[in-house]
Write a protein that binds this ligand. Structure first.
Ligand SMILES: Cc1cc2nc3c(=O)[nH]c(=O)nc-3n(C[C@H](O)[C@H](O)[C@H](O)COP(=O)(O)OP(=O)(O)OC[C@H]3O[C@@H](n4cnc5c(N)ncnc54)[C@H](O)[C@@H]3O)c2cc1C
Length: 408
């Protein structure tokens, strides 16, 4: 087990500086254009692929860094560049993690390379869980997967919504209900291979922020996938369902809390994205406050402005520390006895929303225009308190964990 440290080692610093260069030289200059276009920035993803930032290997290497600081560092730097473009780069990872967490060796080896494509033909992947009537309340999911034993195929029907890369993905990972009696324990994940008939893109959403990231509905109409596309395989599913039925009979508390542990481990990564956006806005505001003069002096000479900057920086540093702690806990198998993963996501995302708003205020009229990046950063920051569990859901998880009551 690695000791918790607040300092990056030399190797990590090297990676951070390299990523920062990519974020500053490639991502940030493209940010305004792709925000206006509201399209997936394929050329930037390709640039990321060329230098190795768009690949499973890179993220796996960072994930297994025992200090736990690898993934937060990567997320902070990329999202410092631009949140929409960065999400287009790391969004495929959501689907890849779905396969890594539940798939067999063979499934991992077959599908993950197809999610990323190659440098000359980059692809993206989508993870489709949310539905119109099942957002925070995942257990209300309705998309059904029914097994056709004669053909050894699964038949998927339903509508997914808010899927990052939905419809444009080469590979879709779809969560569906296999046993409606078991709530979220009756769900299973399926690969929908490229070009499978019956899967189509529904509405593409026009969003408030992260507009360079594609978000859409995914419609599944009698989508037939081979039995081998059930992540983990049929035998494992049957065993898991049998265990869940047994546990449901004897009280479902332990089952639900085990599922929450997975979220605790993934939420710090979203917190790190929020830290990146917050830091970006803070830096613009600090620079502006020291150069913009009113009443014959830089506006930072006014305590009202300086104190805002002090609060912004304090919150960002506090958010980063919470993220690093939770990430270290996840990698080192620590128990999240106070929902520290949710804490980090809650605090960092609320910080990003607040700090980006303060940055607009410090830039005055300029902050409110698209000539300066902070209004985009403020629009982008709003997503962090919504996806991967809203702030209210984080508070609910923290409170129930502290109180020692089941999380449902
Ligand atoms: C840009 C974007 C990208 C996304 N990407 C993906 C993706 O790739 N894959 C995917 O599966 N999903 C994705 N999502 C979905 C996202 O995870 C959901 O939007 C989120 O979980 C909230 O669900 P909802 O929108 O249905 O809101 P709801 O669950 O309807 O919540 C509405 C409001 O009610 C509050 N609320 C709900 N229940 C409670 C409660 N018990 N106590 C207190 N308050 C409560 C919420 O906090 C929120 O403020 C994405 C969403 C967006 C906007």
């Amino acid at each position: 087990m690695a000791e918790f440290t607040m300092e990056l080692n030399d190797e990590q610093k090297e990676v951070r500086d390299w990523l920062h260069g990519f974020a500053a030289d490639v991502i940030r200059p493209a940010a305004a254009e792709w925000d206006e276009r509201e399209e997936t920035p394929w050329p930037v993803i390709q640039e990321a692929a060329k230098i190795g930032v768009y690949s499973l290997d890179f993220y796996a290497q960072q994930y297994f860094d025992p200090t736990g600081l690898g993934i937060p560092m990567v997320m902070e730097e990329l999202f410092w560049g631009d949140a929409g473009i960065a999400l287009s780069i790391v969004g495929t990872g959501l689907a890849a993690v779905g396969v890594l967490a539940n798939g067999t060796e063979e499934q991992i080896g077959t599908w993950i390379p197809q999610m990323y494509g190659d440098v000359n033909d980059v692809k993206v992947a989508a993870f489709c869980s949310s539905e119109p009537d099942a957002g925070s309340d995942v257990a209300s999911m309705r998309t059904r997967a029914v097994y056709d034993e004669a053909k050894d195929e699964w038949v998927l029907n339903g509508t997914k919504t808010w899927a990052t890369n939905g419809g444009i993905a080469n590979v879709h990972v779809v969560v569906a209900v296999v046993d409606p009696e078991l709530g979220s324990k009756g769900h299973a994940s399926f690969i929908v291979p490229p070009g499978t008939p019956g899967l189509s893109q529904g509405q593409k959403f026009k969003k408030h922020g992260i507009r360079a990231s594609h978000t859409a509905e995914v419609v599944l109409e009698d989508v037939r996938v081979p039995g081998s596309c059930l992540l983990g395989g049929k035998e494992k599913l049957d065993e898991r369902l049998a265990r869940a039925r047994e546990k449901a009979r004897s009280g479902g508390e332990r089952v639900k809390n085990a599922a929450m542990a997975t979220f605790e481990a993934s939420r710090p990564a979203v917190g790190a994205m929020a830290v990146g956006t917050a830091r970006a806005a803070y830096e613009v505001a600090l620079e502006y406050a020291t150069t913009r003069e009113q009443f014959g002096r830089p506006i930072v000479d006014n305590q009202g402005v300086a104190f805002q900057l002090a609060d912004m920086r304090t919150s960002i540093d506090a958010a980063r520390l919470l993220v690093w702690r939770a990430s270290w806990m996840a990698v080192n198998g620590k128990r999240f006895t106070a929902a520290e993963g949710s804490m980090s996501k809650l605090f960092a995302s609320e910080t990003a929303k607040k700090v980006t708003g303060q940055a607009i205020q410090i830039l005055g009229g300029n902050g409110y225009t698209r000539e300066y990046p902070v209004e985009r950063m403020h629009r982008d920051a709003a997503i962090y308190t919504i996806f991967e569990g809203t702030s209210e859901i984080q508070r609910l998880v923290i409170a129930r964990t502290l109180a020692g009551v089941p999380i449902r």
